[in-house]
Design a protein around this ligand. Structure first.
Ligand SMILES: [Zn+2]
Length: 275
């Protein structure tokens, strides 16, 4: 039983504000340790539940957040960026389940540090007409490879979102959202025990099924018109509103690659005070 952990950071134990997740800050150095604790708690639970191999794929920002020197020696870490499937690198390697660890709600939704890829400039993403968090986008990609989402960890709203896109996944709520920048947090000793227990239980649903690729349509709303203009230079991407672009791809794998290009182009077009 080989399991993939996609490790983001906004939904990690104790994280509530920007500095907590921005590489190079003092707070980020602190929360890297808490994130690594969440990862280790998950690894322990997965092995208790029957996993024989665990790959941790870094999924946040520069994708260099987890402290390798503190990682459970039974796991391996895929660290660093420019991976074709980004947050989900490894999902196509024959794994039997995936964990979304430290996840968060999508752009425009309530939730601690809610966003979808870009922190501010994207106000909503829709996948086939449904508002989509990174979790929903990534779960659709996992399903295309026949891989079940076993467990989602994050704030309470992130776990509620997961109930909609991955009804069989288990949850570990590590904090209760109060606002985008505030949460009632449980200490790491408490969240670690919860994550371990849920990861062990989640292994009951591990096992790869039959993947099925189909076409998907993605719409992206930006907070400014020029970002939509910038994104619309990408082949297959068209403007369908003053701040909205749309594209259709033959599979979710292709859609996620196109989405990455759209967000990269838009990020490069953000300009000072006017956004
Ligand atoms: Zn992140």
């Amino acid at each position: 039983m080989r399991i993939l952990i996609s490790a983001d950071m906004e939904g990690a134990t104790g994280v509530t504000c920007t500095a907590d997740v921005v590489p190079g800050t003092e707070q980020w150095q602190r929360f890297r340790r808490l994130l690594t604790g969440d990862v280790n708690a998950c690894v322990a639970g997965l092995f208790d539940g029957g996993a024989t191999e665990v790959l941790v794929n870094e999924a946040h920002s520069s994708q260099r957040n987890v402290l390798l020197e503190e990682l459970d020696p039974r796991a391996r870490l895929l660290t660093g960026r420019h991976k074709p499937l980004s947050m989900m690198q490894g999902i196509d390697s024959g794994v039997d389940g995936v964990v979304f660890l430290g996840y968060h709600t999508g752009a425009g939704a309530d939730g601690v540090l809610a966003h979808t890829y870009l922190e501010n400039s994207i106000t909503e993403v829709r996948l086939d007409g449904v508002a989509a968090s990174e979790g929903r986008l990534n779960a659709t990609l996992a399903a295309e490879h026949g891989v079940p989402v076993l467990l989602v960890t994050g704030d309470d709203l992130t776990c509620a979102d997961a109930s909609a896109y991955a009804p069989r996944a288990r949850h570990a709520v590590v904090k209760e959202c109060v606002s985008r920048y505030a949460a009632v947090c449980s200490p790491p000793s408490v969240t670690a025990a919860l994550i371990t227990a849920e990861a062990t239980a989640a292994m009951a649903h591990a096992g790869r099924g039959h993947g099925d690729a189909s076409a998907h349509t993605v719409e992206v709303d930006f907070d400014a018109t020029h970002l939509a203009h910038a994104a619309a230079v990408v082949p297959t991407v068209e403007m369908v509103g003053t701040r909205t672009v749309r594209f259709t791809a033959e599979s979710q794998t292709a859609a996620m690659k196109a989405f990455k290009v759209v967000t990269a182009i838009a990020a490069g077009a953000i300009d000072g005070l006017y956004g």
